[in-house]
Design a protein around this ligand. Structure first.
Ligand code: PLP
Length: 394
């Protein structure tokens, strides 16, 4: 029977990683990969995570099942991290999931159960996995304008005109912060206008928040999500701990359904538990438990916040250095947007041909849509990249 299967399109990022590994040039620079790297090119285990893991190893005396939606303490800690006191805890249904990807999938499953003819409005561009998951699930995707290729900022007028087309029964998918792949984000005034628009049209927001703490700070990065969740009747939220806790392979995430009507919570909670049961039963526990320990122990939390802040500031410094070097090399301010963007990624706005030229002539690897991982740089490689960008005619 398997002869009926069709080969799937290869993952572009994995293909790029392979090409990078096989490139013999010692000066090559990898800006393609989607994980945080420090100045030494490592993706370290965060100090507080390591300490919590040691404590857990000492104290844990069973690996028996936890619960269909995971440990409630994990949900409590994450809801407080993401939503603060923007909404009452009794209004939030939540289920631990395998990573943020699992949370995205479960939120979409829940929306599709509620409306089998669901349409999801997504930013153009968005994280490619959003599109492939929805295609696989048979969900209709409607792109909305987002990235302005001239300013390299958000085309807010275009976005607004497009999301106004979403109505009751539709989902509008938003990135909570640090938009992947562009790095261009909404300001709080724009978030408010989006909330007002959703209230006017009746469409339901779904927020994917995978980089809290990587942009302007833990609180600042959650501000848009909090504003939406406290303003509209229902909000789905998919959160990932992969980046801000550095627990990528532990698969740690949380799917949330916020409803202003607390009587809806029980049904939402049952639905999320049911969906976990159908897909994988019990969600992974190790990463979630470690994250809970880090968030609830004051000393571990302070250490985690300090390390995360160093990571954030390090990426901001690289952004500023790169914008400065590009100004020097090009004699113009046209790359100033790189210092305005936030998070791990920026879309340079170069054609696929120029991206290929950077790879072939300079050993600089970025995704074909010109997404760069800023964390793939260090102080020494920033001027090399700046010169290569200008020499390539970008
Ligand atoms: N959402 C976005 C926008 C992402 O960029 C990512 C990771 O790259 C995720 C969700 C989910 O990540 P994970 O499943 O590794 O937690």
């Amino acid at each position: 029977m398997f002869e009926t299967l069709q080969a799937q399109p290869s993952d572009k990022i994995l293909a790029l990683m392979k090409a990078f590994r096989e490139d013999p040039r010692p000066e090559k620079i990898d800006l393609g990969v989607g994980v945080y790297k420090n100045a030494k090119g490592q993706t370290p285990i965060m100090r507080a995570v390591k300490t919590a893991e040691k404590q857990l190893w000492e104290s844990q005396d069973t690996k028996s099942y936890v619960g269909l939606v995971g440990d409630p303490a994990f949900a409590d800690a994450m809801i407080s991290l993401i939503l603060g006191d923007a909404v009452a805890r009794e209004t939030v249904a939540a289920a631990a999931t395998p990573g943020g990807t699992g949370a995205v999938r479960q939120c979409l499953e829940m929306a599709k159960m509620a409306n089998p003819k669901l349409r999801v409005f997504v930013s153009d561009p968005t994280w490619p996995n959003h599109l492939s998951i929805m295609k696989f699930m048979g969900i209709e995707v409607v792109p909305y304008r987002y990235f302005d290729n001239e300013t390299r900022g958000v085309d807010f007028d275009g976005m607004l005109a497009d999301i106004k087309q979403a109505g009751k029964g539709d989902i509008v998918l938003l990135h909570g912060c640090c938009h992947n792949p562009t790095g261009a984000n909404l300001n709080l005034t724009e978030w408010q206008i989006v909330a007002d628009t959703l209230n006017a049209t009746g469409a339901t927001p779904m927020i994917d928040i995978a980089y809290q703490g990587f942009g302007d700070g833990l609180e600042e990065d959650a501000a848009g999500t909090r504003l939406i969740a406290s303003s509209v009747p229902e909000t789905l939220i998919a959160a990932s701990c992969s980046k801000n806790f550095g627990v990528y392979r532990e698969r740690t995430g949380l799917a949330m359904a916020v409803s202003q009507d607390s009587s809806a919570k029980a049904l939402n909670q049952d639905t999320l538990a049911f969906l976990n049961r159908q897909n994988y039963s019990f969600p992974p526990d190790h990463g979630a438990r470690v994250v809970t320990m880090v968030l609830t122990d004051p000393a571990l939390r302070a250490d985690w916040e300090a390390e995360l802040e160093d990571v954030r500031r390090g990426m901001l410094k690289l952004r500023e250095q790169l914008a400065g070097e590009l100004q020097r090399a090009s004699g113009s301010d046209r790359f100033g947007f790189l210092a305005q963007h936030r998070g791990m990624f920026s879309r340079l706005g170069a054609s696929a041909d120029l991206v290929e030229k950077l790879r072939a002539e300079h050993g600089i690897y970025m995704i074909g849509d010109s997404r760069m991982n800023i964390a793939g740089l260090n102080e020494k490689t920033v001027p090399i990249l700046a010169d290569a960008i200008v020499k390539s005619g970008i």
